[in-house]
Design a protein around this ligand. Structure first.
Ligand SMILES: Cc1ncc(C[n+]2csc(CCOP(=O)(O)OP(=O)(O)O)c2C)c(N)n1
Ligand SMILES: [Mg+2]
Length: 203
């Protein structure tokens, strides 16, 4: 949040029309720095869009157990920042909300919050067996709310493509991912001097 807000400040300072997009999870939405950044962004009407990826859990803790108020899109109200809750599983809804938020920020009206409601099928990491929720809950989201299935349905219903073409896309994507994994696993370790690349500039 502070870095994204700093970038928004730079855009305003430089007088360009760029907008800074900051993404963060529900698990970080209540950190103190979030609210300090929101205050400055609203005070100076910075071109910042804050996108909260609310997937219902911060590691193993549900939003209900961690957040005093769970309407995260309203968390900028103290600073007069408008916010919107979006079906983050619906690609067209996400695009429409994104366009609106960017337009708001770019027009000089200040920051905007988008709470993208989504879900994560897996644990937070490899070491998280995700025992804090039921298999039924995960299955329900997978079967009824999957964003890719939803996009596929729109494309097929509107006859914008067909099953054969979609199968070809699946195969192409599988190949890109497999090639990337293969490349990563068989690449040499980076040189220790790379530790400083894009991290430190001595002026
Ligand atoms: C400043 C800071 N505090 C605490 C942590 C430890 N931590 C790592 S991930 C995480 C929860 C993140 O939750 P969320 O953003 O919802 O991610 P998700 O579990 O949904 O992937 C925490 C508290 C951290 N990395 N940095
Ligand atoms: Mg989360």
């Amino acid at each position: 949040m502070p870095i994204g807000t700093g970038l928004a400040f730079a855009h305003k300072y430089n007088g360009n029309k760029n907008v800074s997009l900051t993404y963060f999870g529900d698990g970080s939405a209540n950190q103190g720095q979030v609210y300090e950044a929101m205050n400055m962004a609203a005070l100076w009407k910075l071109p910042a869009v804050y996108i909260i990826e609310n997937n219902r859990y911060g590691m193993g803790t549900s939003v209900e157990r961690a957040s005093a108020t769970t309407e995260l899109y309203r968390h900028g109200e103290a600073f007069g920042i408008p916010g919107e809750r979006v079906d983050g599983m619906d690609v067209l809804a996400v695009r429409a909300a994104g366009e609106k938020a960017v337009e708001h920020a770019r027009s000089g009206e200040g920051p905007y919050i988008l709470e993208m409601q989504t879900y994560r099928y897996r644990g937070h990491s490899m070491s998280d067996p995700a025992k804090y929720r039921s298999k039924e809950e995960v299955d329900k989201f997978r079967n009824e709310r999957d964003p890719i299935d939803h996009a596929r349905k729109i494309l097929l219903d509107d006859k914008l493509t067909d099953e054969v073409a979609l199968k070809a896309v699946d195969a192409e994507i599988r190949k890109i991912v497999n090639d990337a994994a293969e490349f990563a696993q068989h690449s040499p370790e980076p040189d220790p001097s790379e530790l400083w690349t894009d991290v430190l500039v001595e002026a």
